[in-house]
Ligand binder design. Structure first.
Ligand code: TRP
Ligand code: SF4
Length: 348
């Protein structure tokens, strides 16, 4: 049988995961598990690059992210799931690669500049923050990953990884490392409760760990078409974030059918997307009812996942065991690659 290609990806341990992470990265990761040999890790050291002063949440976040992954079906039987700091070879290779990486490559990294513009309340002038992509390169090349599923924002980082790989292999005259290619995961346009892109830093996200009543609270608080001040004002679903979420969490056709049969009255709520849209435009449905339809549909999708999450959390030892075993397995590979690299450099 042909050897499976290797996939590696990671997430920074800087918060719990939300619906955007699920629909973007995690769905892709889950899919890849069957065709590739997958390594998924929690980048707890990367979290330090922006939060080095306030580290108390990193460990807890790493645990919660592991629970999130397992609850959506990242399967430790298929994939190696591990923690960056349990494989110290990441730090050693980061050091070696830092010796050959020109500072100018890091300074022109667009993410570096953008984040410095964007995040004003934290100190991003550190060496660690500048070297973020070097650590990320170590993460990837230690496993000789062929493919790295990432969002579009990570492409400049991956390009840097490829450049560092070429430079290393060229200087030390041995093809120790593999140039990885990106597998771009489409990030759906998913608005948060305030209509901006769903993101933990905007405080507008619905989390995988939110219980149903929290989902209801958040959806009820969502912004709608601002023109619909009164119940009798017609609305425009195209500019309403609630409607954008209806498109992503539409009523299933069986739901629509059963509601049609059971509710023949004229006042029955809108039950499919085009009906919701029409009824919004003609002010036949109020925003509160419209939101409650969305609440039901999101909860219907998320409930099984939430229940699995609760079961997993009830047995934290099992989670730690999965992470420890995964890290042991990853470490074996990391040690072997690091040895090869040190030998090529004639220091090993
Ligand atoms: N920088 C990535 C992010 O913020 C996380 C990450 C760290 C990563 N190391 C990686 C992703 C290696 C892919 C491969 O999402
Ligand atoms: Fe938005 Fe629904 Fe209100 Fe229309 S009825 S403005 S789609 S919440």
């Amino acid at each position: 049988m042909e050897k499976k290609r290797r996939v590696l990806s990671g997430m920074q341990a800087s918060g719990r995961l939300h619906l955007g992470n699920l629909l973007g990265a995690l769905t892709k990761w889950k899919e890849l598990q069957d065709g590739y040999e997958c390594f998924y890790f929690i980048a707890d050291w990367h979290a330090l690059s922006t939060c080095y002063e306030d580290t108390h949440e990193i460990k807890g976040n790493a645990f919660e992210i592991a629970v999130d992954w397992l609850s959506v079906g990242i399967d430790p039987e298929k994939s190696t799931i591990f923690i960056q700091s349990l494989v110290p070879e990441h730090a050693v290779l980061h050091l070696l690669l830092s010796m050959i990486t020109p500072v100018s490559w890091l300074e022109r990294n667009p993410t570096y500049k953008e984040k410095q513009e964007e995040i004003k309340n934290r100190d991003l002038t550190t060496y660690g923050f500048l070297g973020y992509p070097v650590l990320q390169t170590a993460d990837i090349v230690l496993y000789k990953a062929d493919c790295v599923p990432v969002g579009i924002d990570q492409l400049p980082h991956l390009e840097l990884t490829r450049e560092i790989v070429r430079r290393f292999n060229y200087i030390y005259k041995k093809d120790v490392f593999v140039e990885p290619e990106a597998i771009l995961s489409e990030t759906p346009k998913l608005p948060g409760t305030d209509g901006r892109k769903m993101s933990k830093s905007y405080n507008n996200a619905i989390y995988l760990s939110d219980p149903p009543d929290e989902i209801e609270k958040k959806v009820r608080s969502m912004l709608t078409d601002p023109q619909r001040g009164r119940r009798t004002d017609p609305g425009n679903p195209e500019i309403c974030p609630v409607f954008a979420l209806h498109n992503i969490y539409p009523p299933s056709s069986s739901q629509v059918e059963s509601q049609r049969i059971s509710q023949e009255s004229i006042d029955s709520p809108a039950i499919d997307i085009s009906e919701i849209s029409d009824q919004c435009r003609t002010a036949k449905i109020g925003c509160v009812d419209c939101k409650m339809i969305l609440v039901r549909n999101i909860i219907k999708k998320m409930q099984p996942l939430y229940e699995r999450r609760c079961e997993l959390k009830a047995n934290p030892e099992r989670i730690y065991e999965i992470l420890t075993q995964g890290s042991k397995k990853a470490r074996k590979i990391a040690i072997a690659t690091l040895k090869e690299a040190s030998e090529a450099m004639k220091i090993g």
